[in-house]
Design a protein around this ligand. Structure first.
Ligand SMILES: [Zn+2]
Ligand SMILES: [Zn+2]
Length: 279
């Protein structure tokens, strides 16, 4: 097994940023998590957290990134506006997302161009490749070569979310991370999720609502930390990292939820911007 994977949190909010004083302990940016693994930089979602990550990557001289988009809802892509690496001629950016009837590139291109942004995506200096991914499929970010056994594969699962979402399982040998955001779990989804997250070292979970709030938000396509904890236990996950918090949940409220969750099971972690987890 290669060196430790480093997982870093850059954005923890769902729906929209919450850049207010009472939200900054956990963080106000929308979803973005990076993973340094096998010499590659893999990024889950491109929420506003991507902008600070982009600055950091530029400083470190990292120019090749793989961005895995769960779906095209704005909170998961708005960090693409102004992502510094787009303007770096030496950068290589791979964008992966759910195949939108073969129109992912076109849809991203439309969103990243006029009239929503001052210049078109075609003006990017970087080499940008868009990869259309199907649910229940496998693709490779890195294939093992002779003398370098590390093979970085990604499996996918269709999420239960309005308009659809894609869940990812990043794996190298025995080591894996499951990214399960924007997914409402129910009886139908539960068995598929358990199989998908089986024995994962880290399950990153959509803890958008508390159980109490879930009732009035059925059909919105989100879940709770308790559902994540139960899924993690059933799947034999090493850790469950809660994130994608409602933008109405203040630091004080989240602290209370974190205490409850950790008291129930030390498998639970609550994401905060700047947090690093090594697996
Ligand atoms: Zn979202
Ligand atoms: Zn969504």
């Amino acid at each position: 097994m290669e060196d430790t994977w480093s997982v870093e949190i850059w954005g923890v909010r769902g729906a929209a940023p919450a850049a207010y004083r009472d939200f900054l302990e956990y963080g106000g940016n929308t979803s973005c998590i990076s993973v340094d693994c096998c010499g590659e930089t893999v990024i889950f979602d491109a929420g506003t957290g991507l902008l600070e990550l982009g600055r950091r990557l530029r400083k470190k001289g990292i120019r090749r990134v793989h961005i895995l988009l769960s779906h095209l809802h704005m909170d998961h892509i708005c960090g693409l506006y102004g992502f510094p690496l787009f303007l770096d001629a030496a950068a290589e950016i791979h964008l992966y997302g759910r195949a939108e009837e073969g129109r992912l590139k076109e849809r991203l291109g439309a969103l990243l161009g006029r009239p929503y942004w001052p210049y078109d995506a075609t003006a990017f200096s970087a080499r940008v490749e868009v990869h259309e991914i199907l649910p229940e499929s496998v693709f490779h970010i890195k294939r093992g070569k002779e003398g370098d056994k590390a093979e970085l594969a990604v499996r996918t699962l269709a999420g239960n979310h309005p308009g659809g979402s894609l869940l990812y399982r990043l794996e190298e040998g025995e080591r894996s991370i499951v990214y399960g955001l924007d997914c409402e779990t129910d009886g139908r989804m539960s068995a598929a999720l358990q199989a998908f997250a089986r024995d994962g070292k880290l399950l990153i979970w959509d803890a958008n609502f508390t159980d109490e709030n879930l009732g009035r938000c059925a059909g919105w396509g989100h879940s709770s930390w308790r559902q994540g904890m139960e899924l993690g236990r059933a799947a034999g996950a090493g850790l469950v990292l809660m994130t994608h918090y409602s933008r109405e949940y203040t630091d004080c409220f989240l602290r209370g939820q974190q205490e409850l969750a950790e008291r129930e099971d030390d498998i639970c972690r609550f994401a905060k911007e700047g947090m690093v987890i090594r697996i």
